[in-house]
Design a protein around this ligand. Structure first.
Ligand code: FES
Length: 581
């Protein structure tokens, strides 16, 4: 323990267990019946272990053994571990998208921490949305918290060639549709992909969010890249368990760690790793829980300052295991040290500066600043009459010749329509066409699925076209690539200009100038706006209806309007009214 925090004098759980009335007796008996002999004057912190392991989610399936290790660490440090289940958000199987449920899991974690006698929490997460959801919930609850990342799955291989999760699949499918990959080879890819559990091993959203969580100081140093299912992973979970007890005793809360400096460092790391565009949403949402604003232009400015120095798919060539071998995030921090706020601290008690100073020199997939992976910035932000509130582009994986472009629009009003038409041999499309997918934003889909990387039309793919300008109010997977302008805000479903584009309209993209415009005169746009009405939605009940009514637009992270910002209650997170019911 080397931080400068003042020790906390009392435990939150005392409100449940002290005293000798019938309520306190009931509470102690409840824990005793599960094997925890708790006393009225017990000084042992009670640490929740939020476990999002599930047979429905191969990425998080690794977390059960880490829950055991974390519990051992908590017990060894003098705490009482209590595992509780958390809904598992798996990108592979959930439809329409795990993103639809990120806020639900954040609420689940916040409310579990609020309603139970927990002094601290170990957050077990891995797949894309479980990581930000856990951070959002912990930030709102603001009880001492530390995250354990499950780690990347083993590397799949085919004929000695390594497959990057997601990225290799998208590329192979394009080859298959274009006739360059036969059916037998396509089937073999499916067999080879089924190689084990854990998160995607390219620079997808899971890897990105793991690295950013570590960069913001919410994990042990080096945690983000530890491979799944290893002794190293279990040891780290045990150490995190021990550390969680120390965090409670020191009174260190997420709001002490997730400061503006921590977010600014996260933006620098996001640029350096060429991370997923989804991180923009998640960072905005996490920051929003703490009353911290992250304008899109701040992301773009950091990306202009900090080059991409981590050589991982889909921008580069390596995989997460290579990054771990090269020293993981600490080495990245060392390289970009001059771009970091050195005062930001971490759950380890060490500052980011200390961690960077102690890190290994760059090698392998981690480059020096003067030898970046690409001369393009990781991220660009554009605005214009087509995206008044902004849109983003993963510039480092876009085609340089398409960063400035003019072309006619081909509009798809829904994902279903796009899938039905995209491979039609009679589709009126050319390489310079701008593909538009509207109606797929946070309200429209709902949940803003990863549909933004519209496939290259089969007839163009067969001609050798590998990239086109694509524009959408949807997201795309962090493992995706191409000149895809995403997160257009406001989205079409709430009347954003994307709803007004017609096939044949001229679109102008000027990425260096930060512009995205629909070249249709204002009078015509006003006519179209006047005749626009919100599309009918089948989601009139349950969670999707609640989601549509309260979700915010992409620039504020798609959190719910009623969950943003800190409240006096969440800041203090005192025990709720004590009673039996
Ligand atoms: Fe879960 Fe990629 S699908 S981490």
């Amino acid at each position: 323990m080397t931080g400068n925090f003042v020790p906390s004098p009392s435990l939150r759980s005392t409100a449940w267990f002290s005293g000798h009335d019938e309520v306190a007796v009931l509470h102690r008996a409840a824990l005793r019946s599960m094997g925890h002999d708790i006393k009225a004057n017990d000084s042992r912190p009670i640490i929740g272990i939020a476990n999002s392991a599930s047979d429905l989610n191969p990425c998080n399936r690794v977390l059960d053994e880490l829950a055991i290790a974390a519990a051992e660490g908590i017990s060894a440090a003098g705490g009482i571990p209590l595992v509780f289940p958390v809904m598992s958000l798996g990108e592979d199987l959930m439809k329409p998208t795990a993103m639809l449920y990120r806020n639900l899991v954040a609420m689940e974690i916040e409310e579990t921490l609020r309603s139970y006698p927990l002094d601290g929490v170990v957050l077990l997460a891995n797949c894309d949305k479980t990581v930000p959801a856990a951070l959002m919930g912990a930030a709102s609850a603001d009880v001492p918290a530390i995250m354990v990342i499950g780690g990347a799955r083993p590397i799949a291989e085919i004929d000695g060639r390594r497959l990057a999760s997601g990225t290799s699949l998208w590329r192979s499918y394009d080859d298959h549709r274009a006739g360059r990959l036969d059916s037998a080879s396509w089937s073999r890819i499916e067999e080879c992909m089924s190689c084990g559990i854990g998160s995607c091993n390219s620079m997808g959203t899971a890897t990105t969010m793991a690295l950013l969580t570590e960069a913001m100081g919410m994990t042990l140093s080096g945690m983000a890249t530890i491979p799944a299912g290893t002794r190293e992973s279990r040891d780290a979970a045990a150490q995190a368990g021990r550390r969680s007890v120390e965090l409670v005793r020191a009174g260190i809360r997420p709001s002490d760690i997730l400061t503006p400096a921590a977010f600014d460092n996260a933006l620098a790391v996001l640029a350096a790793i060429g991370g997923s565009t989804n991180a923009v949403l998640h960072l905005c949402a996490i920051a929003g829980r703490l009353g911290i604003s992250l304008p899109l232009e701040r992301f773009a400015a950091r990306a202009r300052d900090v080059p991409v120095i981590v050589d991982l798919e889909p921008t580069g060539t390596g995989l997460v295991q290579d990054l771990h071998a090269a020293g993981g995030l600490p080495t990245v921090l060392r390289v970009i040290r001059d771009h970091l706020d050195p005062t930001a601290t971490t759950v380890t008690g060490r500052t980011i500066e200390h961690i960077a100073a102690a890190a290994r020199a760059p090698s392998g997939v981690v480059r020096e600043l003067d030898r970046p992976v690409t001369d393009r910035a990781a991220l660009a932000v554009v605005r214009g009459n087509l995206a008044p509130d902004g849109a983003i582009l993963k510039a480092c994986s876009a085609s340089p010749h398409l960063l400035e472009h003019r072309g006619p629009a081909l509009v798809f009003d829904s994902y279903t329509q796009m899938r039905e038409r995209i491979d039609d041999p009679n589709l009126d499309v050319r390489a310079e066409t701008v593909l538009i997918l509207a109606g797929c934003g946070p309200v429209g889909a709902p949940g803003m699925p990863e549909w933004g990387m519209i496939p290259i039309p089969a007839k163009l793919a067969a001609e050798g076209v590998t990239d086109m300008v694509r524009i959408s109010d949807a997201r795309m997977s962090g493992t995706s690539f191409g000149t895809v302008f995403l997160h257009v805000a406001p989205e079409a479903a709430v009347g954003g200009p994307l709803a007004l584009v017609r096939t044949g309209d001229e679109i102008a993209v000027a990425t260096p100038g930060g512009r995205l415009d629909l070249l249709v005169d204002d009078a015509e746009l006003a006519r179209r706006q006047a005749s626009w009405s919100p599309p009918a939605s089948p989601h009139i009940r349950g969670w999707p209806a609640l989601y549509r009514n309260h979700v915010t637009q992409a620039p504020t992270g798609c959190d719910f309007d009623f969950l943003q910002g800190p409240t006096a209650e969440s800041r203090r997170m005192v025990a709720p009214t004590i009673g039996r019911s």
